[in-house]
Design a protein around this ligand. Structure first.
Ligand code: SF4
Length: 399
């Protein structure tokens, strides 16, 4: 099965999935609290901040999950998406020091590193036969300008034309623009011409400047994050968006975050996927934060799916929440589990123990175990193929 469906086409199918959803919602019994939300969806009313708070405080997690799952089924049936990708974090040297970050290093730290273009290509060459995407985010290197990244991306595209480049978070774009003395648009245009395929969503944290002043002081403001993504969408670069929850934010701030992303998604149609992930605390960074429970993570994923009707995909980011919860999340509104990843530093330095050795076969098993159909996708969600594991070789009986 190979389908070609652009994100725009998914949006065009809006009325189709909404009709499917309304039909399935009418066929189920809902508790009084959820019925208020269900009635609004059936009547084509936009869900608001109060609805978001209502969903977050819903007592019956399984009913909330059911509502989110019906959204997912209306959009994609039983399909769940993943890709074959590799993460290469190009440098851990960063001029900022966000309080939640376990990855960054100062330039003089013993374990500070910055991959040269040659190092980067060597790293990619180990995985290039098996992957169609390289995902690269890193620290804000004090000397690397947009020209450095342009050269890197051009070389990657030349050497490995089958590999898409998903790279550079909004704060990295802002930093590059500043040190290269370019506007955001000029920076993005130059990177796109060099081969950048899409932007990852990292760095959104919580889109509330009071929270940001405490957990990531010095990073781009919440409006800057949105503006950078809007500019990317306007020049034809799709992007993902994220939410780091479980630091110091309130439920109302989570809802505010999700609705701000929903509004931009509705305006530009450029967001591909929303990736909510919990902070992985330890005793040194943000000691006031508590590890999110499995229930809380599933609740965030479910609420996101229900509220974010302008963003096609919701990812259960297995590098952060682990494979067991990612599998469950596919029944709570998520339709994507990221990819093979192969190597990853940011979440693993913060405490993740998710295996990095999964191949497509193991990923597809995870998806099938969750009752879903594994579908391999490309970076921009425009090419899909059901993943069928290779058949074991049949041995002929001995004569
Ligand atoms: S989160 Fe990003 S910008 Fe903040 S300190 Fe870590 S690497 Fe630097």
């Amino acid at each position: 099965m190979t389908e070609w469906v652009s994100t725009t086409a998914i949006a065009d199918r809006d009325s189709e999935w909404r009709t499917n959803l309304k039909n399935s919602l009418r066929n189920e019994q809902w508790s009084t609290s959820l019925q208020i939300v269900v009635d609004k969806i059936i009547n084509d009313e936009s869900l608001d901040h109060e609805d978001g708070l209502r969903l977050f405080s819903e007592q019956n997690l399984f009913e909330l999950g059911r509502l989110a799952h019906l959204h997912k089924v209306a959009m994609y049936g039983q399909k769940a998406y993943f890709n074959s990708n590799v993460h290469i974090n190009q440098t851990n040297i960063c001029v900022l020091a966000c309080r939640f970050c376990a990855f960054r290093r100062g330039p003089k730290a013993d374990d500070a590193y910055a991959l040269t273009i040659e190092n980067y290509l060597d790293e990619l060459s180990k995985f290039s036969p098996y992957v169609n995407e390289v995902h690269s985010v890193g620290g804000l290197h004090p000397e690397w300008t947009v020209d450095h990244y342009s050269e890197l991306f051009q070389t990657v595209r030349k050497e490995y034309p089958h590999v898409s480049i998903k790279a550079l978070t909004a704060v990295e774009i802002k930093h590059l623009a500043e040190i290269s003395k370019l506007s955001i648009q000029e920076t993005l245009e130059q990177l796109k011409s060099a081969g950048l395929t899409s932007l990852p969503g990292g760095g959104a944290e919580i889109l509330n400047d009071d929270v940001r002043a405490i957990i990531c002081n010095g990073k781009e403001s919440s409006q800057e994050y949105l503006d950078i993504h809007q500019t990317a969408h306007e020049i034809g670069l799709p992007s993902n968006c994220t939410m780091l929850f479980g630091t110091i934010e309130t439920t109302a701030q989570r809802v505010e975050h999700i609705l701000r992303l929903r509004d931009l998604g509705a305006k530009t149609n450029g967001f591909q996927c929303f990736v909510p992930y919990p902070f992985l605390p330890d005793s040194t960074r943000l000691p006031m934060a508590q590890l999110s429970t499995g229930q809380e993570i599933l609740r965030v994923i479910a609420v996101s799916r229900i509220l974010l009707d302008s963003i096609p995909h919701i990812k259960a980011y297995r590098m952060n929440i682990g494979d067991e919860l990612a599998e469950l999340a596919l029944q709570f509104g998520a339709d994507d589990i990221d990819g093979t990843v192969q190597q990853e530093s940011i979440m693993h330095l913060a405490g993740s123990t998710t295996p990095l050795t999964y191949d497509l076969q193991q990923l597809s098993k995870l998806v099938r175990d969750a009752g879903s159909i594994p579908v391999k996708r490309n970076t921009t969600y425009t090419e899909f193929e059901e993943y069928v594991p290779p058949q074991p070789i049949k041995r002929l009986p001995m004569a």
